[in-house]
Design a protein around this ligand. Sequence first.
Ligand code: GLA
Length: 398
Amino acid sequence: MAAINFKKITNLYFLKVINNMKKLQQAFLVALVSLFFLISCNNNPTTEQSMKKCSQTSWGTADNKPVYLFTLTNSKGDIVKISNYGGTVTSWLTADKNGKIADVVVGFDSLSGYLAKPPYFGSTIGRYGNRIAKGIFSIDTATYHLATNNGANHLHGGNKGFDKVVWDVVPTPDSLASLTLHYLSVDGEEGYPGNLDVTVVFTLSDDNTLSFDYSATTDKTTPVNLTNHSYFNLTGDITQTILNHRLQVHADKFTPVDTGLITTGVLQDVKETPFDFLQPHAIGERIASVPGGYDHNFVLNRTTADNELVATVTDAVSGRVLEVFTTEPGMQFYTGNFLDGTIKTSQGIAIQQHTALCLETQHFPDSPNKLAFPTTLLKPGEKYHTVTAYKVSVASVK
Ligand code: GLA
């Protein structure tokens, strides 16, 4: 009996020790996680500026949620501002060939500019970037009806796409020029099937590359086509048009559209058309022969699955060069055709037609209805993952 009691006591003693060790371990883990949150970009706006590559300020509220403006800074002194409202790039300050700093993207200084629903300035676009004809598509035997917000068609995710929602901020150490945003798009949102869990990581690297790393998962098969809708003007002066910018696109083909800007399903050769940018051309050179201006998807000449260089824009006056890299098969080239001076910058300057251009890397428009196009369907158990990067540099451009 005595031996059994002794054994029991010994066991109890060891159990207690193990329990205490577990508690210690838990306390250590809690302390570690708290430390991580303390040093994260979004939780510690007052850490020493010198160490900090990401800082945060409050920017108001939308949908009763706090909105922030994050500032990413690299060693070259480039500054990129991004808001968790719409996952929006609001500003990119970068030097020209004379070292003069200016903003090369169109954006506003305050949230109110974005709440007025501008045409996707700098936004993250989803669930489906570009148009879906009549907002209708089918998967197997089910037909889905999406919000129609562009005439009879669905554009850029519908009435309240990812550009108009407040994204959750995922803590990231503020020693990194990086911001991670998360959004759960619920089943049925804007008519799309399935809960889509989306994460976008924005990173500004020291070679002046702003990269977008998109990932998503779903619990029902759904189309997904995420992109960024930054409007660039490499002069840094919104009173200038982009018609003298020179563009090169590595694309032998493009996807022609009908009068409602819906792809016909044809992949047309760019040869002997104003869409031939295989060699650099001034954007304004042939724009008059493109009714309405350029607003077309290019079928990129891809050779690998990597993040490849697909387009280059140069501006001789500022010397700035913009290179576009992507893992995507397509890129919408849009010359700000619908800008008509009604929207003003925060400084009160009217934003006129062709004063900015977009290079929206993506899958082809209306893919859910064009079954010969690369599929945009994401199935449960699969992971959506694409990468796009914009790199700004300075060269003596002739
Ligand atoms: C995309 C579309 C354009 C236009 C803009 C926003 O680039 O292709 O037709 O809708 O967005 O105005």
